[in-house]
Design a protein around this ligand. Structure first.
Ligand code: ATP
Length: 325
């Protein structure tokens, strides 16, 4: 069936570059003679029928803006069969032939289920700062968040070195240590405590026993948020109890990491991926996420993209360790 009209939505956590992706999808679709409908507030907007027709100028002047002009939401109703049925009725009523979904693993899990249930072509774009989707080297928003972290850590470093303190800086990432690990390399931090290593080693004890701080008057350690590592507060509590000789402080970066104008890399990535989403649909692809591997666009089946435990490159861990002597 020829695709005459697509719907586009952003879902889950917002990420810088989502707007650039919305713009690219919209413009590439219109360029190819396809009508575009913007769906507000993610899957919830499909259930509550919040649909707006998009023209080329609907996406003017947004490439540089963080967040998402379509708004985003988390929809419990969409996780039920009844909710998705209502969503599909909206799709039929609006004569939408295919969907482009921009979001993280939860959003793409929802997309996969929805596509299968109603035989609807859906293409996903990886929109999350966590870089936790498989089959793509990068996700939209990751580079901007990494730069924000680097700038914040640079500032914290001034205080840390003036006071000779040990700082635990908590960053986002949930089950993925990319932001902590690359954030640590980029800011010259001493170490990263990441979920991927939490099961196999006591990262804090290793850090201290490896001569941590011997030759330095301040130390910065990035810690991935969440239950797996315990987060920065838990690390600081442990240091107070087990290594009371250290003057320890905590800084939780929080939502500043998700905001701000996207970097050039994120805008370019989002633009390429957005245009590729339309190519994919025209090419008869469905139920794939657009990924990037070695700077080339690839199609990644949803089932692969949402698999947990994206591997971290060992050389990054080695580099951080070597450079922190
Ligand atoms: P982020 O990684 O930034 O948190 P995300 O896309 O993983 O983004 P989630 O809150 O996990 O964010 O998912 C967003 C939405 O996707 C949910 O609110 C829900 O509507 C839908 N969704 C998630 N999982 C499922 C599922 N198993 N079935 C149907 N829909 C789902």
């Amino acid at each position: 069936m020829a695709i005459k009209c697509i719907g586009i939505l952003t879902s889950g956590g917002d990420a810088p570059g989502m707007n650039a992706a919305i713009r690219a999808v919209t413009r590439a679709a219109i360029y190819n003679g396809i009508e575009v409908k913007g769906i507000l507030r993610g899957y919830r907007g499909l259930i509550t029928n919040e649909i707006v027709p998009f023209k080329t100028n609907s996406v003017s002047n947004i490439i540089q803006q963080g967040g998402t002009m379509l708004k985003t939401a988390r929809s419990k109703e969409f996780q039920t069969t009844e909710g998705r049925k209502i969503a599909y009725e909206t799709i039929q009523r609006e004569e939408i032939d295919a969907l482009v979904v921009i979001g993280g693993d939860g959003s793409l899990t929802g997309a996969r289920i929805f596509a299968q249930e109603f035989n609807l072509p859906i293409v996903g774009l990886p929109g999350t700062i966590d870089n936790d989707l498989q089959g793509t080297d990068l996700t939209i928003g990751y580079d901007t968040a990494l730069n924000t972290i680097m700038q914040a850590v640079d500032k914290i470093r001034d205080t840390a070195s003036s006071h000779e303190r040990l700082f635990f800086i908590e960053v986002m990432g949930r089950e993925c240590g990319f932001l902590a690990l690359n954030g640590a390399i980029a800011s010259g931090a001493e170490a990263a405590i990441i979920p991927e290593k939490s099961m196999e080693q006591d990262q804090l004890a290793d850090l201290i026993s490896n001569g941590f701080r011997k030759s330095k008057n301040s130390s910065l350690v990035l810690v991935t948020e969440g239950d797996i590592t315990g987060g920065a507060m838990a690390m600081a509590e442990r240091v107070k109890k087990e290594y009371p000789q250290y003057d320890v402080r905590v800084s939780i970066l929080g939502h500043v990491q998700r905001g701000g104008s996207p970097t050039a890399s994120d805008r370019i990535l989002a633009s390429r991926m957005g245009a590729a989403a339309i190519d994919a649909l025209l090419d008869g692809q469905r139920n794939v996420m657009i990924g990037i591997q070695n700077d080339e666009i690839v199609y990644v089946p949803f089932s692969k993209a949402i698999k947990k435990n994206k591997p971290l490159q060992q050389d990054l861990l080695d580099t951080l360790k070597i450079l922190s002597i």
